[in-house]
Design a protein around this ligand. Structure first.
Ligand code: MN
Length: 285
């Protein structure tokens, strides 16, 4: 395996979304509009939600892409305009295909709101190719137990295979284009190598700790490391003194024009105008 070098380190901006909700956002960021097929990555929390405090994000639409929510702590309940409903708990993943569009809310469930608690997670936006942008909306609610876990022999490196493949193990989520989504947890000094096809875009996002990608590339908490297309794998070592908690994301580039406006991501300005009109006239979801 030839491991890739780091091309760019992106720092997160701090953005406010929903009620009382601040996220770290390394993608998009200065000098990094998208990493085809990945459009956005938001890291929410960890923060403590006080008992009876409002939280989450109220009703809003999406069209033309997928939202992937990875819960690390706390809970989120989603409800949508077509009656779709589910609750994500720590370790669970929701892979939502917005497709032709829906209106949904992402809120703490009532029970959780009453007691309060720590909320921590990731929301990733994955683009859809033109052929699938108007597909029927679809959810994959994937519980932590359904996500394959690959452990090293010494138990010091753990990889949760959310999508794609790692170490010959297939991930839990179905995807529209070829996507690899892995959640890595490495103890100090442990190291692993992951296969990533040479033509895939690839990046890592550090949720906690310090990563050494060898070949001179390092990244720490809140930073995104974008890899060059100069190898068929990624090597990572925990260079810090705490657990390294990291996402590795890779995908086959879609290579189509991207025209986005807030929660709508299409291929042309006309399709964006149509999305706004459909939403405003109640024809979405
Ligand atoms: Mn949403």
């Amino acid at each position: 395996m030839k491991t890739r070098t780091v091309k760019h380190i992106a720092k997160s901006s701090h953005e406010r979304v929903g009620f009382n909700f601040t996220v770290r956002r390394p993608l998009p960021s200065a000098g990094l509009k998208q990493i085809d097929p990945f459009l956005m990555l938001d890291h929410f929390g960890p923060f403590y939600q006080k008992p009876n405090e409002q939280g989450g994000v109220s009703e809003h639409p999406h069209r033309g892409f997928e939202t992937v929510t990875i819960m690390l702590e706390g809970q989120v309940e989603h409800r949508d305009s077509s009656g779709g409903h589910g609750t994500l708990k720590a370790g669970d993943v929701q892979w939502m295909t917005a497709g032709s569009g829906l209106i949904h809310s992402e809120m703490p469930p009532d029970e959780f709101r009453k007691t309060g608690g720590t909320v921590h997670g990731i929301q990733l936006w994955v683009n859809l190719p033109k052929r699938d942008k108007m597909t029927k909306p679809h959810y994959q609610d994937i519980s932590a137990a359904q996500i394959p876990v690959v452990k090293s022999e010494d138990g010091k490196s753990v990889v949760r295979v959310i999508a794609g493949e790692a170490f010959g193990v297939k991930g839990a989520a179905e995807t529209h284009t070829k996507v690899i989504a892995l959640h890595l947890m490495l103890e100090p000094q442990s190291r692993t190598e992951i296969k990533v096809p040479a033509d895939f875009s690839a990046f890592a996002y550090i949720m906690q700790g310090q990563a050494d990608f060898e070949n001179g590339g390092m990244a720490k908490e809140s930073e995104l490391a974008l890899f060059e297309n100069d190898g068929d794998g990624v090597a990572v070592k925990n260079a810090g003194e705490e657990t390294l908690n990291m996402l590795l994301l890779a995908g086959e580039p879609i290579g189509e024009p991207v025209v986005s406006y807030g929660p709508f991501v299409m291929n042309s300005p006309e399709e964006i105008h149509q999305a706004i009109e459909d939403y405003q006239s109640g024809r979405m979801g």
